[in-house]
Design a protein around this ligand. Sequence first.
Ligand code: WT7
Length: 628
Amino acid sequence: MPEKQVTLSSKKYLPDPQYRKEAWCKDAAHAYQGFLTDPDGFWGRISQELEWFEPWEKVKEWEYPFARWFINGKCNMSYNCLDRNAAGPRRNKVALFWQGDDGSERSYTYWQLLREVERFANGLKSLGITKGDCVCIYMPNIPEQIVAMLACARIGAVHSVVFAGFGSDALHARITGAGAKIVITADASIRRGKTIPLKPILEEALINATTVDYIVVLRTQDPKIDLLPEFEKDFYELMESAEKNCPPEKMDAEDPLFILYTSGTTGQPKGIVHTTGGYMVGTYYTAKYILDIKDSDIYWCTADPGWITGHSYIVYGPLLAGATIFITESTPDYPDAGIWWKYIEKYGVSIFYTAPTAIRMFMRYGDEYPNRYDLSSLRILGSVGEPLNPEAFEWFYHVIGKEKLPILDTWWQTETGMHMITTMIGEPMKPGFAGRPIPGVLVDIVDKEGKPVPPGVSGQLIIKEPWPSMMRMVNQNEERYRQYWSGPDNSYGASDLAVRDEEGYIMILGRSDDLIIVSGHNIGTAEVESALVAHKAVAEAAVVGIPDEMKGNRIMAFVLLRDGFTETAKLKQDLLYHVRITLGPIAVPSDIRVVDQLPKTRSGKIMRRVLRAIEMGEDPGDLSTIDE
Ligand code: WT7
C-alpha cells in the first residue's frame, strides 16, 4: 500500500491538571527518558513490584527474533494475582463483582476467589492435568471462567480460551490446534435474555478431537442437563470433591501461560503463545501506570475474557494491580441502551474501558440514556480494538466524560499482550489519535523501503525493540512467528497503517493485511472464504471489509456458484447460516453478492482491493497485474 499525505487536525483537549498530580505515572516524558537511558533497568524495577519465588538473573536476552525475559526467574501468575493480595490489606476487598442479565449478582473477595481457584485447580489435577498440559475454556462471561483461567495458571496448565460466540468448526480448530486435554464449558450462555446452549456446539466440535480426555460442564440451567458419567464432569462437583489447598506451581518466567487464537491471513487461525514472567510484568505495568488503577477504583472493562483484552485487562493486569473488577454478561442495548450506564451508577464504576463500536452504538441511541443516570463516579475512560474516530471521541468526551475525564485510546494487539500506544493520563488528548508510544515501547512509521516517513505521511507501523509481554511463538508455526519480525532492522511489523503528527501523536488508519476489524473483532478474510467454499453451492469466494459507520467495517462476500446452483434469496440465507454455524455470528457477512468471475492476478491471487473499490464506487487503482 503506497504512502499517502494525510491531513491532520490539531484539535486538543487539556485534562484537569489534578489528574497528573494524582496519577501513578506523574510524568510520562520523564518515565520515557528513564526507559531510553536504561531499558533493562526500567523493566527490572517494575518487575520488583511483583513477587518472585526465585529472582531473575538478567532482564532479557534477545537473539533475533527470539526474546527471553527475566532469565531464570521463578514466579506464578495466580499467586501474584491472588495470594499476594489476599495476604495483605486487600484480603477482604472485593476482587470481582458479577451482574447477570436476570438481575442476579455475585461477588468474590480476594480471599474467596483464591479459595475457589485453589479447589478448582485441584479438581483439574484430579483429572490428570499437570504443568504444560493445555486446557481449553469455552465459557460465557461469568466468574467461573475467570476461576478456570486462574486455576490453570496456578498449576502451570496452558489455557486456551475460546470466545463463546465461536461456532463448532472454529472451536474444533482451536481445540485440536492446541492439543487440549480438557475442555471446560457451560451448559448455556445468556444473550439478550435468551438461553443459548453451548454444550451442543462443543459436542460437535469434539468429533475427531482425539486429544480431549474429559470435558467439565458448568450446569446453570434447571433442570440440570445429564452428563455422560465417564467423560463429562460437573464443574462444582469436581471442585467440591477436591482438596482445599493448592500450592502454586513454581513457573519459570519463560514457561507458557496461555495460547490465544487470533485470525490469520491464510485461513488457519494463529495460536499466539504468551509466557508467564514477561506477560505478568507487562500487564501489571500497564494496568497500574496506564489505566491508573487505584485501590479506590471500581474497574470495568467491557470486553469478553475470550479476547486478549479480557485476558490482559479484565483478568490478569487488574488483579495484579489489586483492582475491584466488575463484569457482566449483559449486551449494551438489552433490555435497553441504558443498561451499562445503570451499572456504572449502581456499582460506582470509576474506570470504564470499552470499544469504539459500543460508543458509536450509544451515540446512535442518543444522549438521553446516559443522561438518565448518575455517572459522577467515573474518573477515567478507555477505548480499544479499532480506531476511535473523532466523532465517537467527541461524544464520549462530552456526553460521558462531561468534558472532564481523560480518554485513553489504547493501541495494541493480541501479539503485543499489553498496551503499546496511548495518550497517558494528564497528557493533552487529540481526537482521532491514539497517542504516543508508552514508556517502555519504541515505535516508528516506515515506508516500503523501511525508511521513517515524515509527519503527515502514512506508512507501516513497526515496533523497534522487544518488550516483556511480546508473544513468544505462534503455536507450531515458527515460520509465521518469524514473519512478524521481518520489519526493517529486525523490527516487528504490526500490519497496521499509521500516520504521525509533528508532536509524535500517532493516528492508526487500519490494517494493511487481509484482516477485517468488525466491531473490534479481528476476522480473517481467508477464514470466512473457506467457510463459504465448504458449502456445496460455492465454487469460489472472496471476502472484503467495507467501512461501516457503526461496526467500523462490515464483511462483504462475493461468491461464484457451482454449476447447477442459481442465485436465490433462500440460497444466500443458507450461506449466511452456514457461516454462522461453522465460525459463529461474529464472522457472518452482512451481504453476499453472486458474481460470474472474481478479479485475480495472473498468479491466481484474488484482488480484494479491486472488489472493495468497485463495491464502494471508487477507482480500483493499478490493474496492471490483473488477469483479463
Ligand atoms: C488490531 C489488533 C488489542 C486488543 C483488541 C484487538 C486494531 C486495536 C486499536 C486502537 C486503532 C486498534 C489494530 C490492531 N486496534 N486497538 N486503539 N486504535 N486500531 O486485538 O484482535 O489482536 O487486533 O486491532 O488494527 O492491529 P486484536
